[in-house]
Design a protein around this ligand. Sequence first.
Ligand code: B12
Ligand code: SF4
Ligand code: SF4
Length: 321
Amino acid sequence: MNQLFSLSPKLMADARVVDWAYTEKLEPTTYQAYLNWIDHKSHGPLNYLADERKEKRKNLKEIFPQCQSALVFLFDYRDSKKTIEKLNPSNKIASYTVGFEDQDYHFWIKDKLNNFARILQKDIKNLEYQFSLDVHPVLERDLAYRSGLGWFGKNSMLISRKYGSYTIIGSLLLNQRLDLLPKTLETDHCGSCTRCLQACPTNAIMNETRTIDTKKCISTFTIELFKDAIPPAGYPPESHEVFGCDICQEVCPWNNKALQKVEGQVKESSLVSFFDRDLKQIYSELEQMSNKEYKTFFKGTSFERLGKKGMLKNLKYYLNL
Ligand code: B12
Ligand code: SF4
Ligand code: SF4
């Protein structure tokens, strides 16, 4: 059986892992597609994607020289999407922000990955590791794809047939090969569907390459731009996407299917409550905070990094300021 040593099903469930896979493929299958994307300047303002770290994405050994294999995990946040849908807040925040007890997933998942690694080290002699979680120069969707966890949707999300795309990809890069069977590669299951292309209000999805034009993406505007900026054309005033954007995932039939399987009650989220109020009231509250107070207020959440100025920029647009 393809069992992951002492990482018990309960431990995985507590860590919100719904699927995992093992791979010895250290090079991405789509590195050239990534280079073409950069050549077309589709990274827009996200310079870290096009600088010298470009080379590092070529092989996992570039960030962990001893690397021989990787364990790739899908961390599930479908229930937070369900919570947000049920509460139907007046202002929309990306569901991953509340998926991990309102904490910034980088901290929450990092703890889990470190915990997994420590447990594995008890079973496997001389095991060393490095983790990859979003900020590392690793093409993580490709890593999950070549591990067999899903396919690249037209909206460029890594989609699992069973769990959809409301997942965060977190990996352990290992200095040894393990006695585990790799999964087979997933095939394309988008078929003739074009729902995400039709739904994206800013036409940010480039169908031919299954990638995003970052300059046009609402998520770039609301998460990555820390100063005043002009929103991408088409950014819909009625949608109140105040942080991140889930639109191209909300319309995906694979997510509709995956969400139906999630049961449970609506979870408390102070972030959802905070944003589920009159926008003017939120704006004036945030405006009165100093930068430091903003950071303290949102400490440990996904909103801290954006800063007060960046957040006010998102809200201003809807208030016509
Ligand atoms: C930069 C970045 C962004 C940027 C740019 C997004 C983008 N699509 O490139 C912005 C700020 C817009 C963004 C937004 C979001 N992001 Co983001 N982001 C990243 C980051 C740091 C790098 C992505 C990257 O390298 N982009 C370059 C492009 C070229 O690569 P790619 O997107 O992986 O695309 C691959 C495929 O398209 C494929 N490909 C290319 N051409 C072709 C052609 C064919 C035919 C095929 C089959 C495949 C194929 O190859 C590409 C390279 O491997 C990753 C973390 C990481 N280290 O990988 C997270 C990551 C992609 N983001 C993530 C998330 C959750 C989001 C948001 C949902 C957040 C939100 N709600 O607002 C949105 C989703 C927007 C979207 N539809 O992509 C998750 C996605 C998880 C998943 N299940 O897919 C990641 C993996 C973080 C993580 N560790 O979980 N993000
Ligand atoms: S995240 Fe929003 S803006 Fe970006 S591609 Fe998806 S629907 Fe379009
Ligand atoms: S909405 Fe349709 S085309 Fe877009 S990712 Fe989902 S299945 Fe693929």
